[in-house]
Design a protein. Structure first.
Length: 127
């Protein structure tokens, strides 16, 4: 009988610190303050541990790129620009050169300067 009771004591001596340590570690990782007990928080006592610091992440700006011929500007072009602008914070628009249009589609109706103006007008009034 005496042996059985001493083994329970040793089990309790072994398991109690592990249980208490696990609870304290969980509280520390979840950021619970120990100031309720009159002790300053662990983040103040151990400033080099990065797990206690809340990170201030700055929102990264999202830049979206769209290019096109924009020859004979129409509603579909303006709608595509509007939808693309909604995907990010900045919209970068590329206008394909006359040589590239000739190689892929045939001769353009509007010159490159006119197509630049079409895009500029869309941005000034609609986007």
């Amino acid at each position: 009988m005496e042996f059985e009771s001493s083994s329970r004591i040793w089990d309790w001596v072994y398991h109690y610190p592990h249980l208490f340590g696990g609870i304290m570690l969980t509280c520390a990782l979840l950021g619970f303050s120990t100031s309720y007990f009159g002790v300053q928080s662990l983040a103040y006592l151990l400033p080099d541990l990065r797990i206690f610091h809340k990170k201030n992440y700055e929102k990264k700006r999202i830049r979206v790129y769209m290019d096109g011929c924009f020859d004979l500007m129409h509603y579909g072009h303006a709608n595509a620009l509007r939808q693309t602008e909604a995907l990010g914070d900045e919209l970068v628009v590329g206008v394909v050169s006359d040589e590239e249009i000739i190689a892929n589609k045939g001769p353009p109706v509007s010159s490159m300067q006119e197509r630049y103006k079409y895009i500029a007008i869309i941005f000034m009034y609609y986007l």
